[in-house]
Write a protein that binds this ligand. Sequence first.
Ligand code: ZN
Length: 103
Amino acid sequence: MAIERINRTEEIMKNGIPIDMEAHYKRIHEREKQQEQEAAEARRLEKIRIDNMKCPLCKSQEKEHHVVSSSNGIMGPGYHSSPIMDYYVCKDCGIHYSDLNKK
Ligand SMILES: [Zn+2]
């Protein structure tokens, strides 16, 4: 975001248009706020989607999310781990299933 801000400022200066910096930053701020709200809304919808996801066998919505990660084996700085598998366990019938519509 910071780089974009600099580029935009340079662009405006190059064109020799007087800038109302306050309005300029207010616009950027408003756009950031809007993006934040959109991201929050996307997270909310994703949570609802997952909450509503049913067990493929018994159709129960009671489930536990499990994530299996692999690490590079380093303890301390340089430690890195990445999820290699994630799945849900149905609390009613116990089968494991994947979120097929995961984004
Ligand atoms: Zn089930």
